[in-house]
Design a protein around this ligand. Structure first.
Ligand code: CA
Length: 222
């Protein structure tokens, strides 16, 4: 079996070093990033079999970081790290999408087992697509060419989920799971209101794809 590579995004230097050392001893190739910005630079130039992403970061929410890379067609599986007392809200939706999460503090053997399990599921690690919309989770903006727009957290998450669909229709309930906390009560037309707002914003970005309504399913970015 080829050596597996792991990219770790964790701002706690001690924990990052511990994970890197431990996985290294287990035969993984490990690279670490201390901030979302550093991680996004790294992932643009190197591929990984599994990503380990802390949720609480100084410059972004780890979940938004992952949504942003999914929007660029990076399909690498993710293990989220989260504080024990944090409500796993949107993590439920992510876990359903094939990713995983571990609460801190965790037993190291558990992390290794999860990394191996996720790595086995990977068929083709994708490096991502540099064309198209660039979603930046550190300031929740979207850019195309030299133009950029600021988005609200919900708009950012909706757009990232739509972009990750690669032109396929995304179901309404998937959009709700991506953009709102798990268990939040969101009225049916609230989604449409946000989509309408996002549509108007995207119209200010020359050359941006359009959000189209897919009757009976949801929305797609085309
Ligand atoms: Ca942290």
């Amino acid at each position: 079996m080829a050596e597996l590579s792991v990219l770790v995004l964790e701002d706690d230097a001690e924990l990052r070093a511990l994970i890197a050392r431990g996985l290294g001893e287990d035969g993984f190739t490990v690279a670490g990033a201390a901030s979302a910005a550093e991680f996004l630079r790294l992932i643009a130039v190197r591929s990984a079999d599994v990503l380990i992403v802390d949720i609480g970061l100084p410059d972004a929410d780890g979940r938004d970081v992952v949504q942003a890379i999914r929007a660029r067609n990076v399909k690498t599986p993710v293990i989220f790290l989260t504080a024990r007392d944090a409500v796993p809200d949107r993590l439920a939706g992510f876990a359903a999408g094939g990713d995983d999460y571990l609460t801190k503090p965790f037993v190291f053997a558990e992390l290794v087992a999860r990394v191996r399990a996720l790595a086995r599921r990977v068929e083709v690690p994708a490096r991502g697509d540099d064309a198209g919309l660039r979603l930046d989770p550190t300031d929740r903006s979207v850019a195309l060419g030299s133009a950029r727009l600021d988005l609200s957290p919900i708009e950012f998450r909706l757009l990232a989920a739509l972009a990750a669909g690669q032109q396929k229709a995304i179901r309404r309930r998937e959009l709700l799971a991506a953009a709102w906390p798990h268990g939040a009560i969101v009225h049916d037309n609230t989604l449409d209101v946000y989509i309408a707002r996002l549509r108007r914003k995207l119209e200010q970005l020359p050359g941006a794809p359009l959000i189209v309504t897919v009757v009976g399913t949801g929305y797609a970015l085309r």
